[in-house]
Design a protein. Structure first.
Length: 409
């Protein structure tokens, strides 16, 4: 919420009381004896003239309404404050302070449209007007207009945190990563001692493929905190090193992370994937197995472990996992694809045919399913069905190179 006018209001009230004091002082001087010197008379005349000029500029009733509005607002009687400010505004429609104060109390009593209407005539607009307009539009659910208002706010004040915070959530919602990074680059200038902001910026830069920049952001985050609650910075930094083809550095960071939180599921998933990429199957299996112990009901983790078993030539263990997934009602095409491949390895062509037929129904654009099913029929010496399978596949595959593979199995 905009807090702009409190100091200004206090200043204006003080100024008004000063005017009243000057008036009283002038009246006291006017009652002095006529024995005063000519110099003193001249000073008195000058002061009275100036005081009269001030009184002409200040409408007493409007002043009282404004002061009463300030008092009511401080007492949190916002309805009364709005009435007093409105009365003052009738006399001084061009007053920034009265108009902005009225808009603020309208916001507080949830008259958002009225607040926006009151703000319209203010010229020139400043960051506080943009911010109040933005929060009113947010309250009305009009995020597009709120975004416009907040963008104007940061055009005036590039480090306006409420505006940046709203825009970061809005760009995330709209899936606009470039704009989101632009906002985070400003947020870290305000909250540079917040390790989470640096970490989130690094994650975004990783997603954009800006791994050198991401590496710098994660280092900034880890300089601020190397505790367990900043584990994502370790993982993000390791990912940046992986993408930059620096596996030794990635391994060091991963091991530092493991010391912090050895039973973190996300970390163990990343480690299994990392060592799989390096063809370090023993380590990949170690972390994949650990992940399934940490999350025994995680279907994707079980499927990943099955794949690691296949790569390690432990097909029977893989088959047991995949069959359990299918029996549990998991119809992921990958289950049937790998069960079909395992059955082919075992020369169980009937079992392979059943799995691969289901696969071609679940994922008819996957060329490997048609190729494997055609191969199974060939192994069963049924060349006609094999040819029919390839022809059927041609009707569904999307890419020309896949059609070529089906024509030349």
């Amino acid at each position: 919420m905009v807090q702009k006018s409190k100091k200004t209001k206090c200043f204006l009230i003080g100024l008004c009381f000063l005017v009243i004091a000057v008036n009283g002082f002038a009246r006291g001087l006017a009652q002095q004896s006529s024995d005063d010197s000519n110099t003193k008379d001249d000073q008195l005349k000058t002061l009275v003239i100036e005081t009269k000029s001030t009184k002409e500029k200040l409408d007493k009733k409007a002043y009282e309404n404004y002061v009463n509005g300030v008092i009511a607002e401080q007492a949190r009687d916002f309805h009364s404050a709005s009435q007093f400010y409105n009365a003052a505004l009738q006399k001084y429609p061009d007053s920034y302070e009265i108009r902005f104060s009225l808009a603020e109390v309208y916001y507080r009593i949830q008259k958002f449209q009225d607040a926006l209407q009151v703000l319209k005539p203010i010229k020139p607009e400043d960051v506080d007007v943009y911010s109040l307009r933005g929060v009113c539009y947010r309250s009305l659910g009009n995020n597009e207009e709120a975004k416009k208002a907040y963008l104007r706010a940061i055009a005036v004040d590039s480090l306006n945190q409420p505006a940046l915070t709203f825009l970061s959530s809005e760009y995330r919602r709209l899936n606009q990563p470039d704009s989101l990074v632009w906002i985070y680059e400003r947020l870290v200038r305000i909250t540079g001692d917040n390790f989470r902001i640096w970490s989130e910026l690094g994650q975004l830069q990783n997603q954009q493929g800006k791994f050198d920049l991401a590496k710098q952001s994660f280092h900034e985050s880890l300089e601020l905190s190397r505790a367990r609650d900043n584990l994502l910075s370790f993982i993000g930094l390791a990912e940046a090193y992986r993408k930059l083809n620096q596996p030794d550095s990635a391994s060091i960071i991963y091991q530092q992370a493991v010391l912090l939180d050895p039973n973190n599921s996300y970390l163990n998933r990343e480690l299994a994937s990392y060592y799989s990429e390096l063809d370090s199957l023993a380590l990949a299996l170690h972390y994949a197995e650990k992940l399934t112990r940490l999350e025994p009901n995680n279907i994707s983790a079980l499927r990943f472990l099955a794949l690691m078993y296949i790569r390690a030539d432990s097909v029977f263990q893989a088959e047991d996992i995949l069959k359990s997934l299918v029996n549990a009602g998991d119809n992921e095409p990958g289950n049937y694809f790998y069960l079909g491949r395992i059955a082919i390895i075992k020369k169980d062509y009937e079992g392979a045919r059943e799995c691969l037929t289901i696969l071609t129904h679940l994922s008819d654009t996957l060329v490997e399913g048609w190729l494997d099913l055609g191969f199974v029929y060939r192994m069963q010496n049924d060349s006609i069905k094999s040819l029919n399978v390839y022809n059927s596949g041609l009707q569904f595959v999307k890419y020309r190179e896949d059609s070529v593979r089906l024509c030349l199995p």
